[in-house]
Design a protein. Structure first.
Length: 107
């Protein structure tokens, strides 16, 4: 069994304990070690749940999708499933064209 670890929150710089049971849970789920204390994680979660979402249509598959920004119409928008291969290709260094996307650094 692991021992408790004392970590420092990257947001508030306070120390917090990453308990042995938490470490086992994170390992089992293949999560990375937390870098925020539980209070800062709760604040981040609350903010993300309050975010206004905008409905749009995926430029590739035509399915409806919710976006955290209002599309302006000058660039294609993608649902999560269609955006993932483009993002993976872009950040892995592969040069894979995605229909409907331009390679101007924005999706």
């Amino acid at each position: 069994m692991s021992e408790d670890k004392t970590l420092t929150c990257k947001i508030c710089d306070l120390e917090f304990v990453f308990t042995a049971p938490e470490q086992e849970f994170f390992a089992k789920k293949e999560f990375v070690q937390p870098n925020r204390c539980s209070e800062c994680r709760a604040i981040k979660k609350a903010r993300s749940q309050q975010r206004e979402m905008f409905l749009s249509t995926c430029s590739k598959c035509g399915n409806p999708t919710a976006l955290p920004f209002q599309p302006t119409g000058d660039r294609p928008v993608f649902c999560r499933n269609c955006f993932r291969p483009y993002w993976m290709a872009k950040f892995s260094g592969l040069n894979i064209a995605v229909q409907g996307a331009t390679d101007n650094g924005n999706a």
